[in-house]
Design a protein around this ligand. Structure first.
Ligand code: LLP
Length: 448
């Protein structure tokens, strides 16, 4: 298993501080620089910090819209449904925007189904993935009438069919297979390898498909795969199609009439100024080319690509501290707010909001850390940074995907607030909850 790209390089020190690269090309991170300060669209992050406080996630809707339209155009030559992976960012405002642009949803729980439906995405545009679906979740998806349930094993197929026979609704299933393709990404993000828990092994897929064709209660409508996340090249997708071709032919031979081929999500975003931007046009051309003879709709399940660089996590420096060997900048966002650095050594670019003035400030190598009581609580390690001081505002970039959705209240810290921006308009879409509310959720029995 290889880890490539600049995203996953734990402990590696970058020699040039990131704010130079961001100042040269803020748009790739969904930002603008006006009066020397970072903005999301026309909204000054200083204003948001003052009005809403920190830590706060800020999402610019124009970037999401541009990413969606770019992807849709790239595959526009063939029938395609873009089913947004809700797990990346399940903000109702984001879902409503994407649903309005024509996106469906890829969900992995009934909670996500309800979120998507609450934002106006009809069940007929929702695909239900996930390696473990409870009976009550299967029932709810059948009841709602989702587009397809992507089953991940023969056992699950039997369970879905049994639940389907108790309902009057037709139930479409897709088989999520595991094409054993190496997406060349972080090991935690590679889901299409033989040893991963996801999907039906290729060696069993024909047999399971036959069973699905014969089974009463379900209709086999497609094949699905999702090989991993943060994939920078087209080739793993092309490899998947190549591996699935034989299976598609076998299923046709066995009498199956497939309507959809779901290639999952996984398209990458740049996290560092030096990372390449995913070439969606040539990716689209290549995918359209290798699927042009397949008489079925293509389904895509992008998450990160649509929302990742639409969002920043706005945080404030609490204080700085000199350790024996290095300096620490302690900010008010922590691993509970953005887990990716702690969990995957993910590299997020972090810059001062007063970015222009920082260009002439002395640089140092520091760890940017949160206040949580864990050694793993860092946002960046050994990072070149302009010298920061107490109360400075700092933006953690590329935080629109898998930021808020993976946040927790560890250390009894309230979840961050969320703000969406469009042009010069902004709105708090999820306020920071008072700690008293977190405590009030619980009850204590009298016998304690
Ligand atoms: N479809 C399925 C079946 C998935 O499991 C996923 C992501 C996606 C689509 C969307 O993948 P994307 O386009 O966003 O790469 N928490 C990790 C990422 C985990 C991805 C899990 N599955 C992170 O922060 O990088």
């Amino acid at each position: 298993m290889t880890c490539t790209g600049t995203v996953w390089q734990p402990g590696l020190m970058n020699l040039r501080a990131d704010h130079h690269g961001v100042a040269a090309d803020p748009a790739r991170f969904g930002c603008r620089i006006v009066d020397g300060h970072l903005q999301i669209e026309d909204v000054d992050l200083r204003v948001l910090a003052k009005e809403v406080g920190t830590p706060t996630y800020v999402y610019g809707l124009a970037h999401i819209e541009a990413q969606y339209r770019g992807l849709a155009k790239a595959v526009g030559q063939r029938p395609t449904s873009i089913c947004y992976a809700v797990k990346a960012n399940s903000s109702q405002a984001v879902l409503k925007l994407l649903g309005g642009l024509g996106a469906g949803a890829d969900i992995v729980s009934v909670g996500e189904m309800h979120r998507a439906m609450a934002a106006g995405i009809e069940p007929a545009r929702i695909v239900f993935s996930g390696v473990g679906k409870r009976d009550d979740e299967i029932d709810a998806a059948i009841e709602a009438g989702v587009r397809s349930i992507n089953v991940e094993s023969e056992e699950e197929l039997e369970r879905v069919a049994a639940r389907a026979r108790r309902s009057t609704r037709p139930v479409n299933v897709s088989l999520r297979v595991n094409p054993d393709v190496d997406p060349a990404t972080h090991p935690y993000l590679a889901t299409g390898l033989r040893e991963s828990k996801f999907g039906i092994p290729m060696t069993l897929a024909r047999k399971v498909a036959k069973r699905a064709i014969d089974l009463e209660g379900v209709e086999l409508v497609g094949i699905a795969c999702h090989i991993g996340s943060q994939i920078t090249e087209a080739s793993p997708y092309l490899d998947s199609v190549a591996r699935l071709r034989g299976l598609l032919a076998e299923i046709a031979e066995d009498g199956g009439k497939l309507r959809q081929l779901d290639l999952g999500g996984g398209m990458s975003i740049p996290y560092a100024p030096e990372d390449a931007v995913f070439d969606v046009e040539s990716w689209g051309r290549a995918v359209v080319e290798v699927t042009k003879d397949l008489p079925m709709e293509l389904v895509l399940e992008p998450g990160r690509y649509l929302v990742g660089n639409a969002g920043v996590l706005l945080t404030r420096v609490i204080n700085t501290k000199r350790g024996e060997d290095k300096g620490f900048v302690i900010v008010d966002a922590a691993m509970n707010d953005l887990l990716r650095p702690a969990l995957y050594q993910a590299r997020h670019t972090i810059v001062p909001v007063a970015i222009e003035a920082a260009l002439s400030v002395e640089e140092e190598t520091v760890d940017l850390v949160g206040p949580v009581c864990e050694c793993g609580d860092f946002l960046a390690e050994n990072r070149r940074s302009p010298r920061l001081s107490t109360d400075d505002l700092v933006a953690v970039l590329s935080a629109g995907a898998y930021g808020m959705t993976m946040a927790s209240t560890y250390n009894t810290r309230a979840l961050p607030a969320e703000v969406v921006v469009r042009g010069d308009q902004w709105s708090v879409t999820r306020p920071r909850r008072p700690i008293a509310e977190l405590i009030a959720e619980e009850s204590v029995p009298g016998w304690v």
